[in-house]
Structure formats: C-alpha cells, structure tokens
Design a protein around this ligand. Structure first.
Ligand SMILES: Cc1cc2nc3c(=O)[nH]c(=O)nc-3n(C[C@H](O)[C@H](O)[C@H](O)COP(=O)(O)OP(=O)(O)OC[C@H]3O[C@@H](n4cnc5c(N)ncnc54)[C@H](O)[C@@H]3O)c2cc1C
Length: 329
C-alpha cells in the first residue's frame, strides 16, 4: 500500500493497534492478548481505518473521469482476444483485458461463466455500527478487542485517532430461503430490534445502547474459485472469492490480488498463479476455523479453547505460522 502512498493518509484518520485482546462474554474477563505489532516494520504497520477513508484514498489515485457510474454490463463476448462489453441501453466498449471486481454477487462472473454463480449464505448475520470512545469501559482503547460469546462474537477497534470505534458483531443465525432473498428484511426496524434483543443476552447494555449507524446484513461466502476460460479476463476481490469475515482479510486480499495482477501485467505475464489459489484456500480455511473457535458454546469446549489460546498466543512458532503466513506475504 505504501507503493501507492498509503503512508500519506492523514495520520489522524487511521490507527495502528498493537494487540488483539480476547475477552469472554460469558465470564466478563480477559482471556489473553496477542501482540500483532510483531509483524510490523517501521514502514508497514497493522492498520485500522474507516472503510470510507480507504475507498476515498483508492479512488483519489485515479484520474477524475476514469470511473463511469450507473453502468450495467449485460453481455460479455470475446473474439481474437478482444473483449466486447455491452451495457444496458446498448452502449458498448472494447477492451484487451477485463478485470471483474463487482463483489460477492458478481453478475459479470455469471455472464462470463454462462451460468448463475451464487455465493452461499454463511448462516451468520453481520451487525456493523460505530461507537464513541466515551462509551467504552474496561477495554484498552489502543487495542483491538475481540469478545467471544456463544454462537456470537464481536470486535471493537479504533478507526482513527479521534474517539471513533467500529463495532462488528457476527451472529450465527439460520434463515429461510425467503428471508435470505428478502433484502428489505435486513433494513426492517423490527428485524434489527429482534437481533439487538438477541445480542442483549450477551453484550454489555452500555455498549448496545450506544451503538450508532447500526446496519445488519447476511454474510455470503464463495464455495469455489471460478477460473475464466479466457486468458485476458480476471476476477479479483469478492468476485474472485468471498471469504468469511473472521480473519478480516477480504478487502486486504482484494488489494493484494490487484497488486499481483498489476505486477503480472508489468512483467508481461498475464496469468494468475496457482500460489494465489493456494493462498486463498489457506485463508478461507483459517477464517472458518476462527469462526468455529470464536462461537463455541459448550462449557468444556470453551474451557479448552481458552486454555489453548492462552498458550498459543505466546507461542512464536505457532503465531508465525498461523498469522505470519497471512500478514507477511
Ligand atoms: C462484517 C464484515 C466485516 C469485514 N471486515 C473486514 C476487515 O476488517 N478487513 C478486510 O480486509 N475485509 C473485511 N471484510 C471483507 C470486505 O468487506 C470485502 O472482502 C471487500 O469489501 C471486497 O471488496 P470488493 O471490491 O471485491 O467488493 P465490494 O466492496 O462489494 O465492491 C463491489 C463494488 O461493485 C459494485 N457493483 C456490483 N455489481 C456491479 C455491476 N454489475 N456493475 C458495476 N458495479 C457493480 C458495487 O456497487 C460495489 O461498489 C468484511 C466483510 C464483512 C461482511
């Protein structure tokens, strides 16, 4: 990111947490902490920031008129290595390379595959909100706080040097097919209230009552990696593979892959390597393992997990292998 001047983002608008503090929601105590700063270098540090800050920074780097909004691709065809895009309203564009990055529900992926490719409901809901520092008690505000509950976990982390924190909650929840398809359900106040009521059995009331800008949405993940047949079409980000959010790696991987693709073009090679696929599979597995471990409810399993975590967070060999392989590419 520093290669595109990430270091120039106003330091007030980002934060460098040193540790992840793990708490038990049931026992209301701290389980252990993990020093993530060990992966930092002087120039590159684990950084948290508001999603909009990142998007604005990335958009700012592009020439003003490069992005065309409100365009919908209806057809993708290719002949002699030239790709033809037809948009809604019948306008069209020709290109040498097509990079598809339209997110987890990528309709362009379905177009090039000639079949409907749908992500799978991850049987979990995400609750996203912000909270002011003054409403956070008994946590270290310089760290990421991860609260482990029963079929639920939440993360609270600073997103700037002001007093703003993000709150992310992940709640295991079965939904019917109709509920999953009904996108207005997740904006419905009664539905959101019922979810918050559910959370109130585990989360501190003071936190719950002070959440702002609450958004609730179902989590979808990819089942498999789709390989475009055409050598000049690439998928990146969630369109390539949507990971579970429990390693906080989705956007990071999207950026990493974009840079990898740029390097490929620079070197004159335009192939996605098998290493990328292997890396995605590893992170997917680790994200799923985290999800499982963070949501345990059986008291014996929870006791064993907590004991194991206390040992593992201090075990350099394990940490280097579990996190280092992801953080230090
Ligand atoms: C609860 C939660 C927490 C997360 N936390 C983190 C985290 O801490 N760190 C991290 O790295 N990742 C995190 N992620 C993952 C991250 O949000 C995604 O992986 C990332 O946003 C993917 O980026 P993207 O550009 O591929 O897709 P998106 O961000 O979904 O962007 C796709 C864009 O394409 C546009 N679009 C869609 N269809 C079309 C179309 N047909 N034509 C034109 N445009 C279209 C959309 O409007 C959108 O702007 C989290 C995810 C969740 C659910």
């Amino acid at each position: 990111m520093n290669k595109i001047n990430f270091q120039t983002i106003n330091s007030q608008n980002k934060f460098n947490p040193n540790k992840v503090d793990f708490y038990s929601l049931k026992n209301k105590n701290k389980i252990c902490d993990l020093d993530i700063s060990t992966f930092n270098t002087y120039e590159a540090k684990y950084t948290t920031l508001q999603r909009t800050t990142l998007v604005e920074f990335l958009k700012d780097k592009l020439p003003n008129n490069l992005i065309q909004y409100n365009k919908k691709v209806n057809k993708v065809s290719s002949q002699n290595e030239i790709i033809d895009l037809t948009f809604e309203g019948n306008s069209s564009a020709e290109c040498d390379f097509l990079i598809i990055s339209d997110g987890v529900f990528s309709s362009t992926k379905s177009l090039i595959a000639n079949k409907d490719i749908k992500p799978k409901y991850f049987k979990s809901l995400a609750i996203r909100a912000t909270i002011d520092q003054k409403n956070l008690k008994h946590i270290n505000n310089s760290n990421i706080s991860l609260f482990l509950g029963s079929n639920f976990h939440s993360v609270i982390y600073p997103v700037n040097k002001g007093n703003e924190f993000n709150f992310i909650g992940i709640l295991r929840k079965n939904l019917s097919e109709n509920e999953i398809k009904n996108s207005s359900l997740f904006k419905d106040e009664n539905f959101i209230s019922s979810i918050l009521l559910d959370l109130s059995h585990q989360i501190d009331q003071n936190i719950l009552n002070n959440l702002k800008n609450i958004k609730c949405f179902p989590i979808f993940t990819s089942e498999e990696i789709y390989h475009p047949k055409q050598k000049n079409i690439f998928l990146i980000g969630d369109a390539f593979f949507a990971l579970p959010p429990t390693f906080a790696q989705g956007a990071s991987q999207a950026i990493e892959v974009a840079f990898e693709l740029y390097k490929n073009f620079q070197n004159g090679s335009n192939e996605f390597t098998n290493t990328r696929i292997k890396r995605t599979k590893i992170i997917n597995k680790k994200s799923k393992l985290n999800h499982f471990a963070f949501h345990l409810s059986n008291p014996f399993m929870v006791f064993t997990r907590d004991l194991l975590m206390k040992y593992l967070v201090k075990n350099k060999k394990f940490i280097n292998s579990y996190l280092g392989k992801v953080y230090k590419n």
